[in-house]
Design a protein. Structure first.
Length: 116
């Protein structure tokens, strides 16, 4: 079992920045991939960024050049730095972890609201 706890969301003006954190606990040795997803009201959950155990990353086209995912294995934490925020980035942001067996774990989410 893996438990994920997100933090760092909030209300910010367009052009501003936030840093989201996701702390993993439990069977963390089994985690291969970690990712951030987001879901806006009335829309499907979408992948924002993903990072492998070896720190290889992928990003959604809509956030490339603005968001950065990173992980600190010593702290069992993955971060998402959000810069140049836009109103369309407003969503619930969810941390996800995939273990070696392909099972997915989810955090409870943290809300990001960007005002214009």
């Amino acid at each position: 079992q893996v438990r994920l706890v997100e933090s760092g969301g909030g209300l910010v003006q367009a052009g501003g920045s936030l840093r989201l954190s996701c702390v993993a606990s439990g069977s963390i040795f089994s985690i291969n991939l970690m990712a951030w997803y987001r879901q806006a009201p009335g829309k499907q959950r979408e992948l924002v960024a993903r990072i492998s155990r070896g720190a290889n990353t992928i990003y959604a086209d809509s956030v490339k050049g603005r968001f950065t995912i990173s992980r600190d294995n010593a702290k069992n934490t993955v971060y998402l730095q959000l810069n140049s925020l836009k109103p369309e980035d407003t969503a619930g942001y969810y941390c996800q972890a995939e273990d070696s067996g392909g099972f997915n774990y989810w955090g409870q989410g943290t809300q990001v609201t960007v005002s214009s």
